[in-house]
Structures are given as structure tokens and as C-alpha cells.
Write a protein that binds this ligand. Structure first.
Ligand SMILES: *Cc1c(COP(=O)(O)O)cnc(C)c1O
Length: 409
């Protein structure tokens, strides 16, 4: 019974061109990666899909810190943070982050989680009790959606970037407490939430503002501290979640907030209390990554990244202007996430497959990750891409457009 049931569900996914496939990578994360194909043959592909925005995952200083950390601390942490898993390496990362955000959050203190997914679940389940209404942006990341589902409080969704709708929902709320929950940089669209306006609403309605800066941390701001730095925000209502497996090039996540909020999370976030702390060696590498993010080299990498984004956008604009029949649309975005909307699921996957034949890995993103009818290539750029790499992508896309690959039938 079970197996027929599961097989029919899988068949339904396949019929909608929605089957996802695990690909095995044979070399480190860099724009050039060796990937094993469906036929078992390994190919060298140029990636436009990694979130390693600064190209730090392959940085020798991080590899060295990881090795040094392993020599000093060995393998796992052995226990959850409140038992015996919280090492001096964990403490050093938290101290660095608390100090870094002191300018943006009064009495800032940081708390580490093993992943961003866990951090979001922890924050929303701990703060979103039965007396708290959660106001969630429509395009929030799956981990925020799942955190809101697990929270005891009532959940109200507001439309994408719609400050007016949120203001109205807050005004009519009768809940004793309110929590506004949003991505900073939206992971599938690349645009940025109106955080200044959201913070003003949080002030007006005595709410906390949870900001998931997974795609802003390391990328935005002079020091790379993300969206709050880029926008010059300062408030004790900010509960900031940052991830360390994307631009920081390692793994893990952190929450920075007013010390009272953090103390409450430490006492009540079940997935922190009942889960083994990250390996100390990883934290040792994270500290090296944080120093890189907030260094001259980090600044240079952010400047390079901005140049690659500009090159792709102007190249795509030319490409589409010269081919008015090509039904693709590059969404407006200033971040390294540059979504090219194709629309149809099968057309998107055909385009992605053709690009792979041309040596480029640009995965198609389909529903339910994005709304139906907006299947897309999620192009991401990183500081390690050369101008030539970007030109190669543009050339390949032009070729596909001329072959009418990715044009909806
Ligand atoms: C990737 C991502 C997460 C999850 O972070 P992990 O550390 O990969 O678990 C959370 N929020 C957003 C917006 C993300 O893109």
C-alpha cells in the first residue's frame, strides 16, 4: 500500500516536470566545479547557482582555520550548548558578532545555531507563543514558513513588500503581542524588503521585527554586516538572523538581538537546547571567515561582486532588446541573485539542460519553491566569477534564445 501510494505521488511530480535530482559534486565549491552527470560521466561546469557570494568557501585561510580548529578541538562538540558543547570557539564567534552589531542593536548579544533553518525555527517557536500574532511576508523562506507553522501564535500573511497591507493588519490585530517576520533579500527574487518602513511599523505597534538576512550578510553594507548596516538601521526591536554557510563560506547561523531577547531564546528555544552544538573547529573557521568578511579583502570582493552584477544586467538587457520575441524577463534586482523568469516548468528545465550541455550550471527553480507560472533560472553571481565567466553565460543564453530553447511552446 505504502509503496504504491508513494510511487503515485512521485509519478504525479514527474508528470508536472517537478522531479528534483540530487547531483554529486566532485570538487570544492568554486565557480568551476566537477559534477557527476546523470550518465555517471563527470563534467567541469561553471556554476551560477552557489550562494558562496564572496567566493570564501574555497579561501585558503578558511581551509587552514578549519584544519587548525580540528587539530586543537578534534571532531564534534559532544553535547548541546547548555550541557557541555559551548566551546571558547563558539564564544569567540558570538562575542565578535555582538560587538559588530552594537551600532545597530542596543545591548546586542549573539547566539549561534547549527543552520539558518534551525535559527529561524528556534526564533519563531520561542517568540511566537499563543499570545503573539506573527505577521509574515508572502515570499518568506521555507524555514520561516515552517517556523511560523510550528509557533503557537496566529499567523497572518501580508503581500510581498506591501507596507500598507501590513500596517492595516497590525492596526486591526487584537493579539497581546506582535512579531513581524521577513527575509531581507528575498532568496528567489533578489529584491530587498522595505526594512526601514517595517521597523517604523514595529515601533508604532510595539512589535519585534525578525529579519532573515541569509542573503544580505557578507554581501551588503560597508563591513558586510548585511541589510541593517546597508540601511543604517538601529533599534532594540531588531531580531536579526544571519547565516554563515552562504557569503561567509563555512556553515551555521546566528541570531543577534537585545540581550534580553537572546537570554529568552537560550532558555526556551527547544532546537537549541536539545541539539548538539556545532563542531568547535567549524566555529574556529567561522571566526576566520568573519574577519575576512570585515576586512579590506572582503570590501574588494564586494566591489568585484557589484561589477559582475552590473555586467550581467547590462548584458541581459542588450540580449533581450536584440531578441524581442524571447519571452524571458530579468527581475529587477541589485543583489547577486538575478532571477530570469521563463514561466513554464518544462521550458525552464530544457533551458537549464541546454546550458549544462554548454558547460554552465544554472538550475531551474520551479513551484512550489516559486509561484506557479514563474519558473525561472536563479542566476547567482559571486566575487570569484571573472568578467569572462559572465560573458560566457551571456553568450550561452543568447545561443539558447536563438535556438528558441526555453521559449514556451
Ligand atoms: C538558505 C536560507 C536559510 C537557511 O540557512 P541554512 O544555514 O542553509 O540552513 C534561511 N533563510 C533564507 C532566506 C535562506 O536563503
Amino acid at each position: 500500500m505504502w509503496f504504491e501510494h508513494l510511487q503515485s505521488r512521485l509519478d504525479a511530480l514527474a508528470a508536472g516536470d517537478l522531479t528534483r535530482r540530487l547531483r554529486t559534486v566532485l570538487s570544492g565549491t568554486a565557480p568551476h566545479q566537477r559534477v557527476s552527470g546523470a550518465d555517471g560521466v563527470a563534467r567541469d561546469l561553471l556554476l551560477f547557482c552557489s550562494n558562496d557570494y564572496l567566493g570564501l568557501a574555497a579561501h585558503p585561510a578558511i581551509a587552514q582555520a578549519l584544519a587548525e580548529g580540528a587539530r586543537r578541538w578534534g571532531g564534534g562538540s559532544g553535547a548541546s550548548p547548555l550541557v557541555s558543547g559551548h566551546s571558547a570557539a563558539h564564544a569567540a564567534v558570538a562575542d565578535w558578532l555582538g560587538q559588530a552589531y552594537a551600532a545597530h542593536i542596543p545591548q546586542a548579544r549573539a547566539l549561534g545555531f547549527c543552520t539558518g533553518y534551525m535559527a529561524n525555527l528556534g526564533v519563531l517557536t520561542a517568540l511566537g507563543d499563543a499570545d503573539t500574532e506573527l505577521f509574515c511576508e508572502a515570499l518568506n523562506h521555507a524555514s520561516l514558513i515552517d517556523g511560523a507553522r510550528l509557533a503557537r501564535g496566529r499567523v497572518t500573511r501580508y503581500p510581498h513588500r506591501d507596507v500598507q497591507a501590513l500596517a492595516h493588519a497590525l492596526a486591526v490585530s487584537t493579539a497581546p503581542r506582535r512579531l513581524i517576520v521577513t527575509d531581507s533579500v528575498f532568496s528567489m527574487d533578489g529584491d530587498i524588503a522595505p526594512l526601514r518602513e517595517l521597523l517604523a511599523l514595529a515601533e508604532a505597534h510595539d512589535a519585534l521585527l525578525v529579519v532573515d538576512d541569509a542573503h544580505g550578510f557578507g554581501v551588503l553594507g560597508e563591513r558586510g554586516l548585511g541589510a541593517v548596516e546597508a540601511l543604517g538601521l538601529r533599534s532594540q526591536r531588531l531580531v536579526l538572523v544571519g547565516t554563515l554557510g552562504k557569503a561567509a563560506g563555512v556553515a551555521g547561523a546566528f541570531v543577534v538581538a537585545h540581550t534580553t531577547v537572546i537570554e529568552f531564546l537560550l532558555q526556551t528555544a527547544r532546537n537549541l537546547i536539545f541539539s548538539t552544538a556545532a563542531p568547535p573547529a567549524v566555529e574556529h573557521a567561522v571566526l576566520a571567515a568573519l574577519h575576512l568578511v570585515d576586512s579590506e579583502e572582503g570590501r574588494e570582493r564586494r566591489a568585484l561582486l557589484a561589477q559582475r552584477v552590473a555586467r550581467l544586467r547590462s548584458g541581459m538587457a542588450d540580449l533581450l532588446a536584440e531578441r524581442p520575441a524571447t519571452p524571458w524577463q530579468l527581475l529587477p534586482s541589485d543583489t547577486p541573485i538575478q532571477p530570469l523568469i521563463i514561466g513554464d516548468n518544462a521550458a525552464t528545465m530544457a533551458l537549464s539542460a541546454r546550458l549544462e550541455q554548454l558547460g554552465l550550471r544554472v538550475p531551474g527553480i520551479r513551484p512550489p519553491t516559486v509561484p506557479a507560472g514563474t519558473a525561472r533560472l536563479r542566476i547567482t553571481l559571486c566575487a570569484a566569477h571573472t568578467a569572462r565567466d559572465v560573458d560566457r553565460l551571456l553568450q550561452a543564453l543568447a545561443e539558447c534564445a536563438d535556438e528558441r530553447v526555453g521559449a514556451t511552446a
